[in-house]
Design a protein around this ligand. Structure first.
Ligand code: PEP
Length: 254
């Protein structure tokens, strides 16, 4: 059984000094006595990636991008290719975060193209899906997530592995302090697991981590991470404090 993945999405936060201090603090915690049964991933803003990568070099803490372009290169001002992320030492890249879907109008088809580009570059895409509050209130959460899963996920990398991670992030829980209940999470993660099994086979579905994201904090992490089919957490706000991020990682069951 693979360890749960605890991924920190720093979003557009922090200057050079903040990023350096946060990565160094986490490294110190990781190197201390206080072990965790989790894989750790940091996704800083793109300009900080090489710097944070230098700090994390030779440590088990992995580095990831927050987005990538679907094309390998070309006239795409302001974008970053998956190949470049891989070249500077990233192992993962987040694609289809709800903030990118909302702020940049990214469709599920574009998210799928980005995920394919990431896999072609040797990265593991973390493909985000999740319903809005209105969609949940209208009883459409599972249908919306089903559509996003169908349209955003690329073909799997092989019979026993998909090669990607899925993150369920209800939009109404991101950065709001509101968290889905363990019951909500169980329902959606079981649904996603069923969709993955039907499309990729039970073995590949079992191997695919399904992260929960949305106001995960030290106080609720243990309950959320204990839910069936929760393969880890995608953490925004609480990933900006080393102690909080570490406490979330420590919530993973031994
Ligand atoms: C996120 O944006 O991926 C996220 C989960 O944010 P927060 O933890 O702040 O809700």
């Amino acid at each position: 059984m693979q360890p749960q993945l605890i991924a920190g999405n720093w979003k557009m936060n922090g200057l050079v000094s903040d990023g350096k201090a946060l990565a160094a603090d986490l490294l110190a915690l990781q190197q201390g006595q206080d072990g965790v049964n989790a894989a750790l991933l940091l996704c800083p803003p793109a300009p900080l990636l090489p710097l944070i990568g230098d700090i994390l070099r030779d440590s088990p803490i992995q580095l990831g991008g927050q987005d990538c372009h679907a094309k390998a290169s070309g006239a795409h001002t302001g974008d970053t290719s998956a190949q470049l992320l891989a070249d500077i030492g990233c192992s993962h890249v987040i694609v289809g975060h709800s903030e990118r879907r909302a702020d940049h109008g990214e469709s599920s088809a574009e998210v799928q193209d980005k995920a394919m580009a990431a896999m072609a570059a040797g990265l593991t895409p973390i493909i985000c899906v999740g319903e809005t509050e209105g969609e949940r209130d209208a009883g459409r959460a599972l249908a919306v997530i089903g559509d996003q899963i169908a349209q955003s996920l690329p073909d799997g990398a092989g019979p026993e592995r998909t090669g990607f991670v899925v993150a369920y992030e209800p939009v109404w829980a991101i950065g709001t302090g509101r968290t889905a209940t363990p019951g909500d999470v169980a329902e959606v993660h079981t649904h996603i697991f069923g969709l993955l099994s039907a499309r990729f086979g039970a073995g590949a579905a079992q191997e695919t981590a399904i992260l929960y994201g949305g106001s995960v904090k030290p106080g609720n992490a243990a309950d959320l991470l204990a839910v069936a089919h929760v393969g880890g957490a995608l953490v925004g706000g609480a990933s900006l404090k080393a102690d909080d991020f570490w406490a979330i990682a420590r919530s993973c069951a031994a």
